[in-house]
Design a protein around this ligand. Structure first.
Ligand code: CO
Length: 478
């Protein structure tokens, strides 16, 4: 018996608390020891880390993966894959998705956590097939939110579908950290009662301050795997601490069997690494923020709206906008407020208030979403909104097919372009270029200046860009 932990330190931990800036050489300090723990998996790649490694650290994400793979000889490596968006925020055609998965697997990824912001399962079909084709472990994840359509039954039914689609395990992805103990228990119980036998995992963040309680209730209901981060990279907007979870479960039916002494030695090393990055420490990220429960607005989305309002000199409109967000969210069919939906809903709410008339201003991303270009919304979109935005012929403009079906294959064209520029050194470069064309070219040409190297640390505090669940915003520190 016992349960397993999936350690997030080297992906979500530093993405949440260190602005995704942890350098590979610091990861290598702890990798061999972490490999001895016996984790279900360690997440080391994907999400925002792919872009951030290049953009801010001048590191090749593929090389990082190869180097980490050498150090982790026993533990499965996991990545976070944003379904058809891969590690970015737009849909890619199927040929790009297949090739990305093939090379990720070849370079060292074993487990792929695949999720779609809207939980449109059509967007998970190709990534799951690709992972299975190349011999990986496909974990189907559902974005967690609370709305009239996101009921316990909704999660159980969609998990059943994901199991039928060939997933090897399932995960509840609570990116905002809002799941309550009761809801966690009900979903896990529901999945188990439905006869779904695949391992079930809970991924959450400490945002609301309820997360350890939710983990405990999930354990009582039969959860198989929990997501944690080592304590120097835990709590606040990150995961609950790995060591504490191991200690709490010792001697119970959920005992992980992990060596707490070994974990403490890893902790000491990580604490030194954490201290080196002191210029990125942001106190507000290290604390729980139950405010997320009042408006159901994740921290990153709130910061984004605040900076939008500040730039428009309209901070006094905030109370009105906070009332407008749930109205837009309802009219938009309750998309989980994860990137890019959090920005889309937030910007529309701002536009509706500032514009003086609702839906007078409709940003391009809103239009794309309303058209179905991101996938099928969880609930139907309000028809009055569709009429207002697209006019009387709105029905003809709605896309009902899987969005990527509208895309032409892209890989061969990109490969030719890159070869012509003389910039292709390895097959992975085509994907880097396809996914982030602008930044990749600068990277290949050696034009990126890293913000810092390890020997520059510690640095003085200054303003820096933070990405929380995909939202970029400027943080100023004193
Ligand atoms: Co997360």
């Amino acid at each position: 018996m016992g349960i397993k932990l999936h350690d997030q330190t080297l992906r979500d931990g530093h993405q949440s608390l260190l602005a995704t800036r942890l350098r590979t050489e610091d990861m290598l300090e702890v990798a061999p020891m972490m490999d001895e723990v016996g984790f279900f998996s360690v997440e080391v790649w994907g999400g925002a880390t792919f872009d951030a490694a290049m953009r801010y650290l001048n590191e090749d994400p593929w090389e990082r993966l190869l180097i980490l793979r050498e150090k982790f000889t026993k533990t499965p490596l996991q990545m976070l894959l944003r379904a058809m968006n891969l590690v970015a925020y737009r849909n890619f055609p199927d040929d790009v998705v297949y090739e990305f998965v093939r090379l990720s697997k070849k370079d060292g990824i074993d487990n792929f956590r695949i999720f779609d912001a809207l939980n449109d399962l059509r967007n998970l079909e190709v990534p799951i097939k690709a992972v299975k084709k190349y011999g990986g472990h496909a974990q189907g994840a559902l974005s967690y939110t609370e709305s009239p359509v996101h009921t316990v039954q909704y999660y159980v039914e969609n998990f059943k579908k994901l199991a039928d689609m060939g997933c090897d395990s399932l995960a509840i992805k609570d990116m905002a950290g809002i799941i309550s103990p009761t809801r966690a228990r009900e979903i896990v119980e529901g999945v188990k009662a439905a006869g779904i036998t695949l391992p079930l995992e809970l991924h959450s963040h400490c945002g609301s301050g309820m997360t350890e309680m939710a983990y405990m209730e999930a354990l009582h209901a039969g959860i198989d795997i929990l997501d944690t981060s080592m304590s120097p990279f835990a709590n606040g907007v990150s995961q609950p601490p790995t060591e504490s979870m191991v200690a709490a479960l010792q001697g119970t039916q959920w005992d992980t069997g992990y060596d707490l002494k070994l974990l403490m030695r890893i902790r000491e090393k990580l604490q030194v690494i954490w201290n080196k990055y002191s210029h990125l420490h942001e106190e507000s990220l290290l604390r729980p923020d139950p405010g997320v429960l009042e408006y159901k607005i994740p921290g990153g989305m709130m910061s984004n709206m605040l900076s939008q309002l500040r730039s428009m000199n309209a901070l006094d409109k905030l109370p009105e906008i906070l009332k407008e967000v749930p109205v837009v969210w309802n009219e938009f069919g309750y998309p989980p407020l994860v990137t890019p939906m959090s920005q889309i809903v937030g910007s529309q709410a701002v536009a509706n208030v500032i514009g003086g008339e609702r839906y007078k201003i409709v940003p391009k991303e809103s239009k794309d979403y309303l058209k179905g270009m991101y996938g099928k919304p969880p609930a139907p979109i309000d028809e009055d909104v569709l009429k207002k935005v697209f006019g009387p012929s709105w029905k003809e403009q709605i896309v009902t097919v899987r969005p990527a079906d509208l895309l032409e294959p892209e890989l061969d064209k990109r490969r030719e372009e890159l070869k012509k520029m003389g910039l292709m050194k390895k097959e992975e470069d085509v994907l880097t270029y396809t996914i982030f064309p602008e930044i990749a070219l600068r990277f290949f040409k050696g034009e990126i200046q890293p913000e810092f190297t390890s020997k520059d640390l510690p640095l003085k505090k200054k303003a820096f860009d933070v990405e929380v669940e995909g939202i970029n915003y400027k943080v100023r520190l004193n």
